[in-house]
Ligand binder design. Structure first.
Ligand code: BDR
Ligand code: CA
Length: 310
């Protein structure tokens, strides 16, 4: 089995990504780490606990960062994920799961040290927890098997940002953390808007999921109404982009993605803050992998196959 830690800010598409992990028998989910992002840390952690219970996960939930490394607090994008960050579905007052006693970055450090060379980190929110872990324990960079990140926009075929013309949301929320994570000597694969904007779940696709994927399919339909309405307002005629689940697909089936390699930099201030770019001149930084192409139909088929309730 592939040992995975999921670092997340649920989030409608985070929830959909977690479902794909939970339905993938080759994955051993070691833990879920939460971060601020699509909601405040209390909101995203509550959502992670709800999902852990609902999906029957054995993995623990570890509460993470409340703000970016530089202390900046961004208002949660309620227009994208709703006020409760799960598309305003009704949530129970009581959730039968509680967070672990370990912080997210503490858990990352402990777990990487316990299983050297074996653990894949899958990060689909701001990268604050990963950067905190690196700052406290630089040795962990040599211990991770790989780091797969949903974030960034490299301008391939005109794919710009989604928060500003330059910046994607996860990177924009903590650009300093992203720069440190991409500059560390561990193998990072970046799944940014260049590929996630090529993959769209349409209304027909979502209806098919709702019919085939039992309780989860119905939950996805319900959860994604606000998310789909936001996409419609921003010019996606039918359906929504597949962000976080594309990173899971990249972890499960890397052959579905086309990569370029090079040192990756992040603008940490100024007008272009949060912009990600390949800087061939930054020879002191490690080369990382950036996804530029994707077999979108295959990603959609993979998602549907894994979630199908037999
Ligand atoms: C990313 O930002 C969040 O809104 C999504 O969950 C995804 O991780 C897309 O830019
Ligand atoms: Ca996310």
């Amino acid at each position: 089995a592939k040992k995975v830690i999921f670092d997340t800010d649920p989030g409608v598409d985070d929830a959909m990504a977690l479902m794909l992990l939970a339905c993938s028998p080759e994955v051993e989910l070691l833990g879920v780490c939460t971060t601020f992002g699509n909601g405040a840390i209390d909101t995203t952690t509550r959502n992670a606990l709800y999902l852990a219970e609902r999906l029957g996960l054995r993995a623990g939930v570890h509460r993470g960062a409340a703000a970016a490394l530089d202390g900046a607090q961004h208002a949660p994008p309620v227009q994208v994920h709703g006020h409760n960050a799960l598309g305003d579905i009704a949530l129970p007052n009581h959730i039968g799961r509680a967070v672990s006693g370990r912080s997210a970055h503490g858990f990352l450090i402990d777990t990487l040290r316990r299983h050297p060379g074996e653990v894949s980190l899958l990060a689909v929110g701001p990268l604050t927890n990963l950067a905190l872990a690196l700052r406290q324990a630089p040795d962990i960079a040599a211990l991770a098997r790989e780091v797969v990140v949903m974030g960034g926009a490299f301008g391939h075929r005109g794919h710009g940002g989604n928060v500003t013309p330059f910046a994607e949301a996860n990177i924009h929320a903590d650009p300093v953390a992203a720069d440190e994570v991409f500059g560390a000597r561990w193998p990072v694969t970046i799944v940014g808007l260049d590929v996630t904007h090529q993959t769209i779940m349409t209304t027909d696709y979502l209806r098919a999921l709702a019919a085939e994927a039992g309780e989860l399919g119905a939950l996805i339909w319900e959860m994604s109404r606000v998310y789909q309405a936001f996409h419609r307002d921003t010019g996606v005629e039918d359906g929504f982009y597949v962000h976080d689940a594309s990173a899971v697909a990249c972890l499960l089936a890397p052959a579905l993605f086309g990569l370029v390699r090079g040192p990756v930099r992040v603008d940490t201030r100024g007008e272009t803050v949060g912009r990600t770019w390949l800087d061939e001149a930054a020879a002191a930084r490690p080369a990382q992998s950036v996804c530029r192409e994707v077999d979108a139909d295959a990603v959609l088929a993979l998602y549907r196959e894994r979630l199908r309730a037999d």
